[in-house]
Ligand binder design. Structure first.
Ligand code: NAI
Length: 238
């Protein structure tokens, strides 16, 4: 055990689940949240499931009070929960825009607001936001999603500047195409086309992202802040 507590949103499956298990395996106490009730299929005692909708500020406030009472306020916050609602812009409905922005961008604001005060008090903390290659290079059908994810870069930089002097780092990780439920709609032809544009010649696995996040949560990343770091097989190069 390293005595550090992590709270990660969207940990019931996909990238979030992989990060939660990786961090629990290397000794963090991990509180993994998801929108619906769930259990971890793991015997690790330091992996705690919590139902929490990141768009509901009242639930977040209540969760923060309860975690404080249990001495479980996080040292590391990972804003991973995200959704897509893809549609070409001309057909994009207001709710496609509102839902995607309120989960991917405002949800990150909501969770960070609830948990940063304790990090400031401790003069120590890590905030890691899961962005997307779509926020860096754009993607047709994802005006809502790429706006939200690009917004996370601004969020990351501004907050990093505000809280650096308090010992808190704020970074984003921008995954490329990772095989999860979110990309399960892709047929084999579409996957082959995407793979042609990836220098490392394959889609990513959730563990590719978890390895980078674990580094950012570690002491080794103490002098890195305000960055958006890609883990995309070279799909997008700055
Ligand atoms: P996923 O769809 O497999 O899992 C999403 C998780 O977020 C689930 O645990 C779900 O319960 C949770 N979630 C969604 N809305 C929520 C809400 N309102 N409150 C609480 N939890 C909520 O997604 P995946 O692929 O694991 O994605 C994780 C993150 O990585 C997302 O932010 C996504 O945008 C990002 N990402 C994924 C890529 C991919 O290719 N799969 C590529 C780039 C970024």
């Amino acid at each position: 055990m390293n005595n550090k507590i992590v709270l990660i949103s969207g940990a019931s499956r996909g990238i979030g689940l992989s990060i939660a298990i990786h961090l629990a395996n290397i000794g963090f106490k991990v509180i993994g949240t998801a929108r619906n009730e769930f259990k971890f299929d793991s015997t690790l005692e330091n992996l705690i499931p919590l139902k929490l909708d990141i768009t509901c500020r009242e639930s977040i406030k209540a969760a923060a009070i309860s975690l404080k009472e249990q001495n479980l306020l996080p040292d590391v916050l990972i804003n991973n929960a995200g959704i897509t609602s893809d549609q070409i812009f001309l057909r994009m409905k207001d709710e496609d825009w509102d839902n995607v922005l309120s989960t991917n961008l405002t949800g990150t604001f909501n969770l960070t607001k609830a948990f940063i005060k304790n990090m400031i008090k401790n003069r120590d903390g890590r905030i890691i936001n899961i962005s997307s290659v779509s926020g860096l290079m754009g993607n047709p059908g994802q005006v809502n999603y790429s706006s939200a994810k690009a917004g996370l870069s601004g969020f990351t930089k501004s907050l990093a500047k505000e809280v650096g002097s308090r010992g808190i780092t704020v970074n984003s990780v921008a995954p490329g195409f990772i095989e999860t439920d979110m990309t399960s709609f892709l047929d084999n032809d579409s996957k082959d086309k995407i793979i042609e544009s990836i220098p490392l010649n394959r889609l990513g696995n959730p563990s590719d992202v978890a390895d980078l996040v674990a580094f950012l949560a570690s002491d080794g990343a103490r002098y890195i802040t305000g960055q958006t770091i890609s883990v995309d097989g070279g799909l997008f190069m700055y």
